[in-house]
Design a protein around this ligand. Structure first.
Ligand code: CUA
Length: 338
């Protein structure tokens, strides 16, 4: 036994450290909002019912294995068949009733959870955020507050947020595991879900519907702050850029796809960059936001995010080549857009 344990120890330790850890940044069992909590409770009920069924069926199986084992481990040629019958009606009816009962135990929290997640809570009016999925990034718009941003949205703690989801191209799926979800973004269809964060934090999200070669790099962040910081964030995000952009912005054809409000850049194909410097991550949550990382992203976006449109339909198609100094100038400018 000891030898067996020492042989498998590294693997068991790795399992305990990774897959079995319950406190991940995208852990559904580390619920931080009412919707996530209901979904977690439903999971627990289902898990315990399943475990109970497993224990009873597995226990009976083991009991039969031991109890009805052939004497001496081998079946003698003249070993009699057990009594043959058509079964036990009482037992069968009992099993049917127990099955119905177990389905009922699982169904009650499930239906309650579906209704709970599909009904906006009474009381305070939710913040409305329109989410649009693109290959491979997220647009977040606050139609009632006049804010447009990308890949990261800020929400107030303790207040419901209604995410209205839609897609610009293919199927995506919106999921912030510790706040709840998920909801598919279906072409030609408007759907919504509401979520709420119970404490401040940086909640990681991920597209969970395969949507092309960079599906795995389509991440997002929901940043929950207190209501004063949220109001301030909204005010900051609404501001236009006053500084004149560098000439490289036009050589790079950036304005054809990106908007920097307050400048001539008014593109709507790629993420709005008006306040890109204020975001914590780059390229839909795949790298930390820093001047050097922006430069690297401008230099080889296809290595970070294969197939992305900036590279494929921009750099390649328009034959754009930025010099090292130009990349640095552009990265410096973008970082300054707080
Ligand atoms: Cu978008 Cu997967």
């Amino acid at each position: 036994m000891n030898r067996w344990i020492s042989k498998w120890q590294p693997m068991l330790a790795a399992l305990a450290l990774t897959g079995c850890g319950l406190k991940g940044v995208q852990s559904t069992v580390d619920a931080d909002g009412p919707v996530a909590e209901i979904q977690y409770q439903t999971f627990l009920v289902t898990l315990f019912v399943s475990l109970a069924i497993f224990a009873v069926v597995g226990g009976l199986f083991l009991y039969c294995l031991v109890k009805f084992r052939a004497p001496g481990g081998e079946v003698p040629p003249d070993y009699p068949l057990p009594d043959q019958g058509h079964g036990n009606p009482l037992l069968e009816i009992g099993v049917i009733f127990v099955s119905i009962l177990l389905v009922g135990i699982v169904a009650v929290p499930t239906v309650y959870g579906v209704l709970y997640g599909g009904t906006l809570p009474p009381g305070e009016k939710p913040v409305v955020i329109k989410v649009t999925g693109y290959q491979w990034w997220w647009k977040f718009e606050y139609p009632e507050l006049g804010v447009v941003t990308a890949n990261e949205c800020t929400i107030p703690v303790g207040r419901p947020v209604q995410f209205k989801v839609q897609t610009d191209d293919v199927l995506h799926s919106f999921w912030i595991p510790r706040l709840g979800g998920k909801m598919d973004l279906t072409p030609g269809q408007d759907d919504w879900l509401w979520l709420q964060a119970d404490k401040p934090g940086n909640y990681w999200g991920q597209c969970t519907e395969f949507c092309g070669e960079s599906h795995a790099f389509m991440r997002m962040r929901v940043i929950a702050t207190d209501s004063a910081s949220f109001d301030q964030w909204i005010l900051d995000q609404r501001k236009d850029v006053t500084e004149k952009p560098p000439a490289i912005l036009s050589k790079g054809q950036c304005a054809a796809c990106h908007a920097i409000r307050g400048t001539y850049a008014q593109g709507v194909i790629g993420p709005d960059l008006t306040h890109i410097g204020s975001r914590t991550t780059l390229a839909a949550g795949i790298h930390e936001n820093s001047e050097e990382n922006i430069r690297q992203w401008l230099d080889h976006p296809n290595e970070w995010k294969p197939g992305n449109h900036m590279y494929r339909d921009g750099y390649q198609l328009l034959n754009i080549k930025l010099e090292d100094a130009e990349e640095r100038e552009l990265a410096k400018y973008l970082t300054s857009l707080k």
